[in-house]
Write a protein that binds this ligand. Structure first.
Ligand SMILES: [Zn+2]
Length: 193
């Protein structure tokens, strides 16, 4: 699996490009000045999928500038992708609407090399993309940090359950989070769980 990480936007969101065989995905495209398109062009990669870990605006603002590809998000966050600032309590953020069709996924879904792990808590449909040796966690797991659980639709109780589910992950897999540093999956699991 080839991985390119871009750090984009005012919140230093990590956008990942992932290539394996004919599968090529961008994970969480934040607003950008053509950096994502440039990487695709430089490497000759044909985008097949746009994978969204959750519907927060700083993970989706780059969608509209991407070539045609299947846009995927967990079914529980899909309703918030279009009016996606309402769930943040930030309707004043007048972001451009995403109008392309969405293909929702569920826990355990298979997408290219990935299996979906639903980790509700940060948002209802927060999801983690799991491949051998790699976990792309969005805002659901960080290295040496705890996800924000105070958004309008956050659910602390659900997140405790998500952490239990995450214990089944390969603890030696690389953790590619939506913000902050890189590490191993086990660095993203609080020791008090
Ligand atoms: Zn978020």
């Amino acid at each position: 699996m080839e991985i390119v990480k871009l750090t984009l936007g005012p919140y230093a969101t990590h956008t990942y490009l992932v290539k394996e065989d004919d599968f090529c995905a961008v994970i969480d495209p934040e607003i950008n000045d053509g950096e994502i398109i440039a990487v695709l062009g430089q490497r000759g990669w044909a985008l097949t999928d746009i994978l969204i870990t959750h519907a927060h605006f700083d993970h989706v603002r780059g969608v509209n500038g991407l070539p045609a590809a299947t846009l995927r998000i967990h079914e529980a966050d899909a309703p918030y992708l279009l009016p996606r600032n309402e769930e943040l309590g930030m309707p004043f953020l007048k972001e451009e609407a995403i109008t392309r069709p969405v293909v929702p996924f569920k826990n355990g879904g298979k997408i290219g090399p990935f299996t979906v792990l639903h980790m509700p808590g940060h948002s209802p449909g927060s999801a983690v993309f799991v491949a051998p040796g790699h976990v792309f966690s969005g805002d659901s797991m960080f290295v040496h940090g705890v996800p924000a659980l105070d958004f309008v639709l956050s659910d602390r109780g659900a997140y405790m359950g998500s952490l239990q589910a995450a214990r089944a992950l390969d603890q030696n897999a690389r953790l590619h989070a939506g913000h902050g540093g890189e590490g191993l999956v086990r660095d993203g699991i609080p020791v008090w769980v």
